[in-house]
Design a protein around this ligand. Structure first.
Ligand SMILES: C[S@@+](CC[C@H](N)C(=O)[O-])C[C@H]1O[C@@H](n2cnc3c(N)ncnc32)[C@H](O)[C@@H]1O
Length: 332
């Protein structure tokens, strides 16, 4: 396939940002088809680009729906669509159009400010060409009111590094991740996390499971023991740090805020809200900035404030938590 150039479509794909040209390159890469790489150093949190979908489809879709959506695209985009990679090509299990769509679709729709989940998937000229890693260096965020995705760096990226996003839930063991990638995208992942062996692999699998369990235990304000809950959250944050998965940080900090505000400890709640805000802005831009700033200024305006027994807790990463964690790891 011919390499795409950045100048190809920026005018059309980035309404309102006509003069913005992201510093990326799309070229063939051995063993991966085409790949996207950085054309400048990009520090963690760096905004790389915003991109509107060529078209989107509901999550439940079929051949007729996809043909209908394609027919509504400009002829130029219909041609571009057929240039995308189709990992189902050799299987002949599904039609060409569905194969291309399924290989390249990125979840979108849903609104981070209201907490609604993605309800569709879209094809994107650049972002759909980004390959997968289980320790990705970029994060894609759908921004509903502008109908675009935004791409940001999740760690420091050096000039010429390949950009990699995640196609799947990363909080699973390597065995499950590889199984899913093979079933859905027909490739064996050889990323840094998948290349671990022995004790290092076990430790990585355990850390990812710990984070998943912590998220499950805290969603919807389910955790009722504030002290134990904060300890779990801090441990999960350490796991995330070791796994290099900062996109899960903000929600964990927010759970810390919830426990402190619910327990009436405003000082600690403020510290957790500030960290949640910093993490959201780094990964997802300014969507929740105002809300989190309001909570950091006045935790008592949070609807769940003072709904648990009153307690004095601690902020994130306080020496107290560090000591508690060290003692816990000596105990086990
Ligand atoms: C969304 S496309 C990504 C762009 C694709 N490389 C291309 O040539 O257009 C997904 C496909 O890229 C390939 N791919 C993505 N990540 C990969 C990786 N880490 N290692 C090998 N192949 C990968 C797989 O064939 C997968 O089905």
């Amino acid at each position: 396939m011919a390499a795409a150039t950045v100048s190809d479509a920026m005018y059309v794909l980035m309404p309102g940002r006509k003069h913005y040209v992201p510093k990326i390159d799309v070229r063939p890469l051995k063993g991966k088809g085409v790949a996207v790489s950085a054309q400048e150093d990009m520090p963690m949190g760096h905004f790389i680009l915003a991109e509107a979908p060529i078209f989107t489809l509901p999550i439940v879709r079929g051949q007729l729906i996809i043909l209908g959506a394609l027919m509504q695209c400009e002829p130029e985009y219909q041609t571009k669509f057929y240039e995308f990679f189709n990992c189902w090509d050799e299987t002949e299990e599904i039609t060409k159009e569905l194969g291309i769509f399924t290989t390249n679709a990125i979840p979108c729709g849903g609104d981070i400010t209201s907490g609604s989940l993605p309800d569709k998937e879209g094809i994107f000229f650049f972002c759909s060409r980004i390959n997968h890693s289980c320790k990705p260096n970029v994060h894609v965020q759908w921004v509903d009111w502008v109908h675009q995705i935004e791409l940001r760096a999740t760690r420091d990226i050096a000039y010429k590094d390949e950009l990699c996003r995640s196609y799947i839930d990363l909080l699973q063991s390597r065995r499950r991740r590889q199984q899913q990638l093979m079933e859905k995208y027909w490739f064996k992942c050889r990323c840094e996390a998948c290349s671990l062996t022995g004790a290092e692999l076990d430790a990585s699998d355990n850390r990812r499971r710990t984070v998943r369990d912590t998220l499950d235990r805290h969603f919807g304000g389910k955790c009722k023991d504030a002290h134990e809950g904060l300890r779990e959250i801090q441990h999960a944050l350490d796991c995330i740090d070791k796994e290099g998965l900062p996109m899960y940080e903000a929600v964990l900090y927010f759970f810390g805020f919830h426990l402190c505000a619910a327990s009436g400890d405003c000082d600690s709640a403020i510290q957790w809200a500030i960290k949640a805000r910093e993490a959201y802005v780094r990964m997802s831009g300014y969507a929740l900035d105002e809300l989190l700033e309001r909570l950091a200024n006045d935790p008592l305006c949070y609807p769940d404030a003072n709904t648990m027994p009153k307690k004095t807790l601690t902020g994130p990463d306080s020496p107290l938590w560090r000591r508690g964690l060290e003692e816990a790891s000596q105990d086990t």
